[in-house]
Design a protein around this ligand. Sequence first.
Ligand code: SF4
Length: 387
Amino acid sequence: MLESVSLYLHVPFCHTRCYYCDFNTYAGLLSLREPYVRALLTEIELAGEMARTAAGAPRRARTIYFGGGTPSLLSAEQIRRLLDACRAAFAVDPEVEISLEANPGRLSRAHLQALRAAGVNRLSLGAQSFDPHLLKLLGRTHSPEDVAQAVRAARSAGFDSLNLDLMFGLPEQTMTQWRETLLRALELGPDHLSLYSLIVEEGTPFFTWVQEGRLVPADEDLCAEMYEYADALLQEAGYANYEISNWARPGHECRHNLTYWLNLPYLGLGAGAHSCFAGRRFSNVREPRQYLRLLASRQRPEAESETLSFETQMAETAILALRTARGLHLPSFRERFGLDFWQFAGQRLRHVSEAGLLEYDGTWLRLSKRGRLLGNEVFLCLLPDED
Ligand code: SF4
């Protein structure tokens, strides 16, 4: 799998900006959609050239993920052209997982059918909450009923792998509201659930409102309680918690996201997209118009790049794997890096190990139940010392 890549295609457009959002996305730029798609087609071609194997063959691609922003704002025909370009530039697996993020409002059944026909086989809906007041507080423009309708439309359009994103730890959110949201989500029978606790990021309206005292962030203990409640409820309903924030029915784990957690190579294409490939981490220019200008003259839009030291690669591989339920497979670690994991990390992990944050069965190392709540303490121990 180290020889293949996953492809992430970023679509930086939204109808409006949610109040908590710090993603690289823009409202009011919908007229740039077609020029942006054309630029992305060029970048896919250039990336395919750059990523060719040592023998000059197209690089194998295992998953394709349309993220944003709101990728469902592109037409199915635009998505089809982008997928054709991926197939021309990379050796895309016949069984490729193709995910697309969509917003529940304004999502017609005809559009979903056309997306499915274009090859998208996994849909991720940004439901966030089933409480109308909280949706409004977040700046979301859809209603709980829009989510239910979108799920029904997606199922009838042939999507048999469906994710719902939900948020907890919201200002003013009570445990009762969270429970109700989870139950409403389960009633819709998604195959996968991603649950994110709100992080108030600098530069967002939420951040300003917290600074001004107009918004009170959620209590940390309540957030932990919400997480534990959700985990118990979802596991009982048949969803396995295969990564800290993700639950899936058997066979519905997101293969694209597993790429990140297994620290495997990926190429991010589009404005502001991030890549990790051939021992380097790099990212594109963020501003869509600058991105268009560079691609118009067939220049790769790379803005920043960092060569990853061997130690950083080992630490990141361990940290990302420890976020998953299975944990880190120590024989694979040794095979990949030619070094015994304990030789690399035994000393660093001594304290957290003694504190009961880790479990080791002789092959797999994973976070204990307590360790999952205090994962950052473990991860910090693994990071290389700063010079
Ligand atoms: S829909 Fe998603 S990407 Fe767009 S503004 Fe809201 S949170 Fe951000």
